[in-house]
Ligand binder design. Sequence first.
Ligand code: HEC
Ligand code: HEC
Length: 291
Amino acid sequence: MRSQGAGWFTRITQGMGIAALLWCVTPATVQAQEAADFFRQNCVSCHTIGGGRLTGPDLKNVEGQQDREWLVRFMMNPQAVVNQGDPYAQKLVEEARGVVMPQIVGMTRERAESLLDLIAAESKLESSQFGGTAISDAPFTPEEISQGRRLFLGEQRLANGGPPCISCHTAKHLGGLSGGRLGPDLSRVYERLEGRKNLAAWLGAPATAVMAPIFKKHSIKQEEVLALVAYLEDQTAKGGEDMSVGGLTFLLIGLGGSGLALVAFDLAWRRRFRSARKELVLKSTGRGEEL
Ligand code: HEC
Ligand code: HEC
């Protein structure tokens, strides 16, 4: 039988062995891979490296424009740097039409440094793996649009198990159906996010508070993204405002409903009040029968 001490010893030496192995083999590669995964999950919805601007600027050779210390500080807390009135940040925000880069969950100084290393390395390549997806300008087919609609409504399930859009979003032309209210109306989102490339990048890696955690686990496949873009483009092409007639009716029904509920509540309350009063009167006078 082995003593506990020996067990510890084996475990420690094993641990050291593995650490040493990682250290010798490829610490830099492991770190680079980690940075690449982090970039794919958190940044590609707004940035390319060499593929042009999306919501945020193209990051190719970003260190040629601004020094590393500034960039690290910015990445760790974009809003704070913008609030300081820094002129370079002001210019970036202006070019992004007022969008300020969100605070990225899990951003640390080391991570920012390794992301900048990654961006520098990718900038040297002829074509970076983060060059963005080329989407053709050809009109979407009716099949793509109707597949997008089915995905939106949940009639066709998303391959990686994400919840259907309609559980949180509505859009104008849903044929009488009304979607969820947690997220914004998407009737004009195609226009709002400025077209195919941006919207596709956005859906490929949603980076906002509510959608990011869900769709990080259940990413939307590229062909599904295209179908959804086709559908949302078609929604915008059909015109109309975000707060659709369907939505308004829904709201009015909702208001009507709460009105009814108030009346019912009031009735119930009055009844309770009366019986309570009756009881009080009974107690104090012993002549409740007269009420
Ligand atoms: C929701 C969109 C969005 C996401 C996600 C995002 N950024 Fe940004 N980023 C921006 C915008 C917009 C700017 C321009 C400055 C501004 O308006 O805040 C910017 C600016 C930057 C800059 C400075 C660019 C320059 O030209 O100096 C760097 C570096 C940067 N982002 C890195 C990242 C990294 C790395 C990630 C992922 C960890 C990331 N961003 C995620 C939108 C985003
Ligand atoms: C669990 C609820 C939920 C689901 C499911 C969901 N979304 Fe969202 N979505 C939101 C919320 C909330 C926002 C607002 C930003 C935020 O807080 O994440 C949003 C924002 C968006 C935006 C940006 C809107 C804008 O005006 O900038 C788009 C585009 C979008 N969602 C598309 C979709 C699509 C397409 C699907 C289906 C594949 C989907 N969402 C599924 C909750 C959801």
